[in-house]
Design a protein around this ligand. Structure first.
Ligand SMILES: [Zn+2]
Length: 258
């Protein structure tokens, strides 16, 4: 696996060798720019792809599934749409995993309470879900993660261990905070794009064509559209004998600190 350390070490060594070489014979300035540009491109791709494990190990599916299990995950709640998602899940007697935003838990504590009471698992999705999280200091990220852990713990009475990075973006600062806090970083292997695509059929077909045992499906409990897609998806899972479980069950890891 290509990690940030390997990338930086390799291109750092290349630049050093070029610098030594330039003492013997002067080199044009762009020779130094090339490894720097390559380093930057690799770092940008690695930071943006949660599956890359570039900054920190991420769990994106069960690679050795023993049965036809998958995990449904919902990000960015709780919101008023979460209640409709919960109604659908209850009808099929299915438990899912919700990666909640701290500030949303403060706005909708009763919906969050319902989530817990109905046996669903919750994970940390930062306090503000800021698009600038990639530029936050370590202290600021620690506050984002820590305050959301505390909000979850207030209701579950246990410290949550599951974390999902907003937008799937990871950075050295985030990796360091999560490692210290002992969180599992949960990604996905099926991105529904339900927050981007408008057409419900397209979203449904996207998930259907990618479905395989061990999958982690990324959805958002933030729109009516997703509620409709979920209804269709649960029929499909039933028809194809899939069992939907919580992400910690799928990956055989604890969801909370014991
Ligand atoms: Zn999110």
């Amino acid at each position: 696996m290509l990690t940030h350390r390997v990338n930086t070490g390799f291109f750092g060594a290349v630049v050093l060798l070029l610098a030594i070489r330039s003492f013997i014979e002067p080199l044009p300035w762009w020779v130094f720019l090339l490894p720097l540009a390559l380093w930057l491109i690799i770092a940008a791709i690695g930071s943006g792809l949660v599956q890359s494990g570039y900054h920190i190990k991420t769990l994106n599916k069960n690679l050795r599934p023993t049965g036809k299990q998958i995990a449904l995950t919902f990000d960015d709640g709780p919101t008023p749409h979460t209640e409709k998602v919960l109604d659908v899940l209850a009808r099929y007697n299915i438990r899912a995993t919700f990666f909640c935003i701290g500030s949303q838990i403060e706005i909708y504590p009763h919906i969050f309470k319902r989530l817990i009471n109905e046996g669903h698992v919750v994970g940390n999705h930062t306090y503000s879900h800021s698009s600038k999280l990639g530029f936050f200091s370590k202290q600021k990220i620690a506050a984002e993660v820590g305050s959301t852990d505390a909000l979850i713990e207030k209701h579950t009475l246990k410290k949550p261990l599951l974390f999902r990075p907003p937008f799937g973006v990871t950075t050295p600062n985030l990796a360091s905070v999560l490692q210290q806090a002992g969180h599992y970083v949960i990604g996905w292997n099926i991105r529904s794009l339900d927050a981007v695509i408008e057409d419900e059929t397209k979203i449904y077909n996207r998930i259907k064509s990618r479905l395989s045992p061990g999958s982690i499906i990324l959805l958002h409990d933030t729109s009516q559209k997703t509620v409709h897609v979920l209804e269709q998806l649960l029929v499909l899972l039933q028809e194809q004998n899939y069992e939907a479980v919580t992400v910690n069950q799928l990956l055989n890891i604890p969801a909370y600190e014991e």
